[in-house]
Design a binder for this molecule. Structure first.
Ligand code: OVV
Length: 405
C-alpha cells in the first residue's frame, strides 16, 4: 500500500488504488492530525477526523460552499454547469431554495408516497423472486437487480418526469460526482457524453415537461407563490435529478452489502422490520456512499497548529469522519445496536441532505419487501467496486437470495 511508503499528504486521494480501498489512506490521514496539506493539488487541505469535519460543516461562515464544493474554485474557474442553488451557495442565496424544497421532501409530504412505494417494493421483489428454482434460490447481481432498478422505478415518477430518456440519469450523476474531484481519467471518461446527458436532464426541469402532482410541480408551485423565482425553479428541480439517484443507488448497495455480510442483522431486521431505518443509517455511516465534499476557506482559518489560508480548498472526508475511532467505538463494525445518528454521511448543518427522508423511505420499502420473503442474503462472489471521485460504490454484488418457504 502506497500509504506506508510515502507521507499521507503526498498520496492522491483520487488515485485508482485509493478509490479501490480508501480506508488505509483515511486512517493515516486521521493519525497525521486534524488537518493535513494534500500536496498533489494546489492550495488543498484534508480533514479526516470526526470532530473537525463535524465542526467545519456547521461553520458555513468560514467554510463556505459558494465557491464550489468540488476541487475547482469558482472564484478562479468557470463551473462546468450553472452552480446548484442549494449545494453550491451560501446564505442568504441558499435559503429560499432550501426553504422551498425541505417541506416538499419532508416526512409529512412523504406520507402520501409510503403506501405506493411499499407496494412497488413488493412488486419489484416478487418479480425478481419469480425466477427462483425448486431450491428457492435466486442468484443475482443485486446492483442492477435491486439497488439501481428500485430507485429508478419510484423516484423519477415521484419527481414527475416522463419515462423516455431516464437512462440518462445514472450516467449524468456519475459524471457530476466525478466532476467534484480533479480532472482525472474518470472525468475524461464522462466528458464526451456530458452534453447529451446534461441536455436531457435540463430539459426535464421545465414546468410543461413535469406531471402536475410530483416534487417538480410542487417546486414550480412555490415559484407561482413567489417563494423562489421562475428562473430558480428549474435549477431546484435539477438538484433532485442530480442528487437523488446515484446516491440512493449506492446507499441501497451499502445496506444490501451489510445485510449479506451480517446474517444475524438480517434475521433481526426480518423479525422487526422497524429496524430497517437504523440499518440504513448505520449502512450510510459504515459505507458512506458520498465520501467527500470540499469547502473553501472564506478567511484565514486556524485548525490545530495550521492556518488554512483564505481561498484554499478543504477536502472534508465524510467517510473517514464516520469511521473515526476518536468518535465511534469499533467504527469498522456494522452494528445494529449502535446509534448512528450524528454520522456525517448526509452532511451536517445547513446543507445536510434535504432528500434524506426520501432515501430512507426507498430503503425501508425495499428492505421490507425483501424481509417478507427472503430468509437469507448470501454473498455469491466477491463484489467489484465502481470508482468515482466522490462516491464509494459497487459495480457488482453477486448474491444468493434464499427464499422463506
Ligand atoms: C448533494 C448534491 C449532490 C449533487 C448535486 C446536487 C446536490 C445539486 O444540488 O445539484
Amino acid at each position: 500500500m502506497t500509504t506506508t511508503e510515502v507521507p499521507v499528504g503526498e498520496v492522491d486521494p483520487f488515485s485508482r488504488s485509493t478509490l479501490e480501498n480508501p480506508l488505509p489512506f483515511q486512517a493515516a490521514l486521521r493519525d497525521a492530525g486534524p488537518i493535513v496539506p494534500l500536496t498533489r493539488y494546489d492550495d488543498l487541505y484534508g480533514m479526516g477526523r470526526y470532530a473537525e469535519v463535524h465542526a467545519a460543516l456547521l461553520d458555513w461562515q468560514r467554510f463556505c460552499s459558494g465557491s464550489g464544493v468540488g476541487l475547482s474554485n469558482f472564484r478562479r474557474e468557470q463551473p462546468w454547469r450553472p452552480p446548484s442553488l442549494l449545494l453550491e451557495t451560501d446564505p442568504p442565496h441558499h435559503d429560499a431554495p432550501r426553504r422551498v424544497l425541505a417541506p416538499i421532501l419532508g416526512p409529512r409530504a412523504l406520507r402520501r408516497l409510503r403506501e405506493q412505494w411499499f407496494a412497488a417494493g413488493e412488486e419489484h421483489v416478487d418479480a425478481l423472486l419469480a425466477d427462483s428454482g425448486p431450491a428457492g434460490v435466486v442468484e443475482v447481481d443485486v446492483m442492477p437487480a435491486l439497488a439501481e432498478s428500485f430507485p429508478l422505478r419510484v423516484f423519477p415518477d415521484a419527481v414527475g418526469i416522463p419515462r423516455e430518456g431516464r437512462e440518462h440519469l445514472l450516467p449524468y450523476g456519475d459524471h457530476l460526482f466525478n466532476a467534484f474531484g480533479p480532472a482525472n481519467d474518470l472525468v475524461a471518461k464522462g466528458a464526451p457524453h456530458v452534453a447529451e446527458h446534461a441536455g436531457w436532464v435540463n430539459a426535464q426541469c421545465a414546468r410543461e415537461v413535469l406531471t402536475d402532482d410530483g416534487f417538480g410541480a410542487a417546486i414550480w408551485a412555490a415559484a407561482d407563490r413567489g417563494e423562489i423565482t421562475a428562473e430558480q425553479a428549474p435549477l431546484v428541480v435539477r438538484s433532485l435529478l442530480s442528487a437523488g439517484v446515484d446516491t440512493t443507488v449506492h446507499g441501497l448497495g451499502a445496506v444490501l452489502r451489510a445485510m449479506a455480510t451480517h446474517p444475524e442483522a438480517w434475521a433481526r431486521l426480518r423479525a422487526d422490520p422497524k429496524l430497517a431505518r437504523v440499518a440504513f443509517d448505520e449502512a450510510i455511516r459504515w459505507e458512506s456512499p458520498v465520501q467527500t465534499f470540499f469547502r473553501t476557506a472564506e478567511v484565514d482559518v486556524p485548525v490545530g497548529d495550521t492556518v488554512v489560508p483564505e481561498g484554499a480548498k478543504i477536502l472534508m472526508f465524510l467517510g473517514s469522519a464516520n469511521r473515526d475511532p476518536r468518535h465511534w467505538a469499533d467504527p469498522d463494525r456494522f452494528d445494529l445496536d449502535r446509534d448512528p445518528s450524528g454520522h456525517v454521511g448526509f452532511g451536517m448543518g445547513l446543507h445536510q441532505c434535504v432528500g434524506q427522508h426520501v432515501a430512507r423511505l426507498e430503503a425501508e420499502a425495499l428492505l421490507a419487501a425483501l424481509a417478507a420473503r427472503v430468509e437469507r442474503i448470501e454473498v455469491a462472489a466477491a463484489p467489484t467496486r465502481h470508482h468515482n471521485n466522490t462516491m464509494r460504490a459497487f459495480e457488482t454484488q453477486p448474491m444468493r437470495l434464499r427464499l422463506d418457504r
